[in-house]
Ligand binder design. Structure first.
Ligand code: HEM
Ligand SMILES: CC(C)=CCC/C(C)=C/CC/C(C)=C/COP(=O)(O)OP(=O)(O)O
Length: 307
């Protein structure tokens, strides 16, 4: 057999990733709500933070969450390649080297924690570090491929931002930011399982044990309803404990009522056949996002109206 000299092949050429691919690695659309809830935690806190430090804190949450999202995609490149919803991402589409995503994720994560610690405070930095590890390692590497409870336990990752924002402003943890954490924790299962119901064949294909795939659709629907029913009273706790006024309380009751009604429609629904459109599930997913934006918006509005 004759040995041929290596030629410039597609493999040796640098992949054509540009800044748009790196930006996409940070999951900017999902992270917009993460950043918003972090900002609301910071603004709803009882102590005012210097605007430059406040901006720095939110920037660190954004960079840290983006770094964790990049690490999530570095780890899951093969899984993402197998799902229609995710195969256009920078790694599965072959536009970026895997190691670039890893280095970018580590770099952003480390920078966010360091800057938060040096400029804002080490307690906020420590919680940011925990949330990055929680998303990139505990959820992505450990829970997601192993258990249908991945979302329930892993939901903690996305629940940290308002707590980080609050701690950045005050320097300590009190009951209110822990309740805000609990609200997002309880919100995550209906948010995600509504989506999982209409993309379940994708998850089944790549062997990820999402709830509808493992426990079946009727059980997932019932669980969505249970979490939404628990979320409504939980979202009123900030008002009951005197942490907010009626603007927040009434908003939470109305928003939670709509969330519960949409969840009941999904929870009590029996699909009639494979062609059955998943409109109620899609509406619940869309509402879940609007709900969290509006609930945290109401928290801040309440705080400023009370001043
Ligand atoms: C373990 C917890 C969570 C899981 C598994 C999850 C999963 C997902 C998935 C798969 C999507 C579809 C979007 C895509 O294809 O990238 C999505 C969308 C979204 N998620 Fe979540 N999510 C979780 C928690 C959160 C949290 C905590 C937030 C914010 C506080 C959030 C905000 C959003 C937003 C804003 C979208 C819509 C993005 C768009 O318009 O494309 N998610 N989520
Ligand atoms: C500050 C900080 C680190 C915040 C963490 C933010 C956060 C919202 C974490 C979990 C939410 C998330 C984007 C899950 C996506 O699920 P997936 O990754 O399983 O979705 P996929 O199937 O689209 O990859």
């Amino acid at each position: 057999m004759t040995q041929t000299a290596p030629t410039a092949s597609a493999q040796t050429l640098p992949l054509p990733a540009d800044w748009r691919d790196f930006f996409a690695l940070t999951k900017p659309r999902v992270m917009s709500l993460v950043i918003f809830t972090g900002l609301c935690g910071l603004l709803a806190a009882p102590e005012r933070i210097d605007p430059v430090l406040g901006f720095t804190a939110i920037l660190c949450i954004a960079i840290g969450a983006g770094g964790a999202a990049a690490l999530n995609q570095w780890w899951e490149a093969d899984i993402d390649a197998g799902m229609k919803r995710t195969q256009g991402r920078p790694l599965p589409s072959g536009r970026m080297e895997r190691t670039s995503a890893r280095d970018f994720g580590v770099g952003l994560s480390a920078a966010s924690v360091l800057i938060m610690g040096l400029a804002v405070g080490w307690l906020a930095a420590a919680i940011l570090l925990v949330s990055i590890i929680y998303y990139a390692v505990v959820y992505t590497i450990w829970l997601k491929p192993r258990t249908p409870q991945n979302i329930v336990i892993g939901g903690g990752a996305g629940a940290f931002p308002p707590l980080i924002g609050w701690v950045a402003a005050t320097g300590h943890v009190t009951l209110m930011p822990v309740v805000l954490f609990a609200i997002i924790f309880m919100w995550t299962p209906p948010h995600f399982w509504a989506l999982a119901l209409f993309v379940q064949s994708d998850y089944a294909k790549v062997g990820i044990p999402m709830m509808p795939v493992v426990a079946g659709e009727p059980s997932t629907r019932r669980q969505i309803l249970v979490y939404a029913a628990l979320l409504l009273p939980l979202s009123l706790v900030p008002w009951w404990i005197g942490g907010t006024g009626a603007v927040y309380g009434i908003s939470a009751a109305v928003l939670g009522g709509v969330f519960l009604a949409l969840s009941a429609r999904v929870g009590l629904r029996r699909r009639t056949g494979p062609d059955d459109a998943m409109r109620p599930e899609k509406q619940l997913f869309a509402w879940s996002i609007l709900y969290l934006f509006a609930l945290f918006g109401a928290l801040v509005a309440d705080r400023f109206l009370a001043l």
